[in-house]
Ligand binder design. Sequence first.
Ligand SMILES: Nc1nc2[nH]c(SCCc3ccc(S(N)(=O)=O)cc3)nc2c(=O)[nH]1
Length: 282
Amino acid sequence: APHPLRCGRHQLDLSYPRVMGILNVTPDSFSDGGRHNALDDALRHAERMLAEGAAVIDIGGESTRPGATPVSPQEELDRVLPVVERLVRELDALVSLDTSQPQVMREAASLGAGMINDVRGLRWPGALEAAAVSGLPVCLMHMVGEPTDMQLSPHYDMPIEDAVAAFFETRIAECEAAGLRRDRLVLDPGFGFGKRVEHNLRLLNRMQQLTDFGLPLLVGMSRKSMIGKVLARPVEERLPGGLALATMAVERGARIVRVHDVGPTVDAVNMTWAVLQEGTDA
Ligand SMILES: Nc1nc2[nH]c(SCCc3ccc(S(N)(=O)=O)cc3)nc2c(=O)[nH]1
């Protein structure tokens, strides 16, 4: 079992699956319509997710849903830093920063954020160095292209799980070469990022293969279109589908599940884990 992940002044025990709560501070948050923009709303939302069992709160100032356009570094800083500062000071929360901007990584780390979650896998200029010097654990997520073009007929010359594994090989090597130790890395297949529904479904079904890296796996499928397309449900009716996916992800080795609906997911994950503990070959 992966030893505890050192996240700044927090330790994240990954010997059992944990839930990461999503705190969007973008005006067009793809599923909550930016209701949580005001600082106080964000704090209350985070407080509720922590009370419901979230081990980590993931804060994102740039919308990376398909078609979204990047924001300026300053705009992202203005959105996330006040929230990070208060979450750390008032709730002593383990805060993950959903950002690709080196400057946001540096400033959030200095405010006490405990983890960097980069959907671009530290590929933007300066990101690798900023992450390395932060000393924080980093989630490397697989994405092909950019949010502006990633869903324009995504295609792969090999099975999706092999493409993702190859990407992880490269990114892990780059991180190690930059002095970012392997034991600070978390891997994420990036559901919905440059992938068709069939890619997402196969990727989940074959995800066990990605545990061969011996690194914790993080998954984010909450309210995403892979649920909408299969079940023909609008964004606000995707919780049952999301719970099924969270369950399957934990069965296939995921250790962090990134969701909007923390309470229900904590129960689904804990129920799944209880079953896996009994009688699964050690
Ligand atoms: N590590 C990690 N961080 C994440 N941050 C986000 S933001 C979601 C952006 C989005 C929304 C909707 C669709 S869609 N078209 O599939 O419904 C795709 C991407 N997601 C993830 C994720 O998974 N991992």
